[in-house]
Design a protein around this ligand. Sequence first.
Ligand SMILES: [Mn+2]
Length: 325
Amino acid sequence: MQKKIKEIIKIINENDNFLIVGHVGADGDSIGSVTALTRLLRIKNKKARAYLNRDTLAPFSFLEVNEEEFHTDSKELKEEISAEDYILITLDSGNLERVDLDQELIKDAQFIINIDHHEDNSRFGKVNLVQADRAAVAEIIYNFAAEMINSKLPFEIAEPLATGIITDTGALRYENTTSRVLRILAELMDAGVDIYKINKKIFGSISYKALILKGLALATLARSEDGKIAWLYVSREMMHQAETDYTEGLVSMARDIEDVEIGILFTEEEKKEIKVSLRSNFYAEVNKLAAEFNGGGHPRAAGATVEKTLQQTINSVVEAAKKYV
Ligand SMILES: [Mn+2]
């Protein structure tokens, strides 16, 4: 795999113009990786642009990703870049549909470099670096930074990398927390990163409205007869009542119940568009369960969108989940 990293660094060295993007509904790994790689390429005097969806940035304001540094307006980006030749680098996106970018800008790229850690990645790039054993894409980008920067890692790259790793390891609590991850984090701390601050921002605080929604969702908690599957849901009505659609962390509450193997959150995005978030603890491969509903992800964290009513979706997903526990 080291060879693939070298190959990509060679492409970076021999070209000048890059567009870097993450996935739809970007999380800390997506935003952190995009931020770190873009800043890294700029240090290397490359023309590097990034597109990040404005709606996803709020929880990560401490990274100081501002609109002067990155594009948050798809139209504006299109006008600026459409006449240019650029290489598209997609991060943390298992397939082309997940890539958070205007279709035309995907099509117009010279070619795609696909860097990811999802096992079921469809290898849609011309160059694909898919390392499923890495906790976060930020861990992969760290390796690029370590290769490309000979001196100490600059803080403005170290902090977004730490954010990606902390997000995808659930503050170092998940199975993917390897000794390698801890060594990298130690390096990042030496570069000035405040791990406590990042943990607090991402996992240690919640808005008042989000807590109200959490309460409403918890009231819907149910589980299978054998107690191995637990689920809860968030309806349109509940989001309206709580005045927020922030559902981060809800699915873990179902997963974290004693004796539960699979935790599920159903979110009613539209009347017949239900987002299904799946988490497991030890053995259930929820990416396979997600695939039954045209979704995907990791063995312990996956998702899908089902075009049925909320109740129909709950019935069919819970029924299908029984095969995995
Ligand atoms: Mn990730």
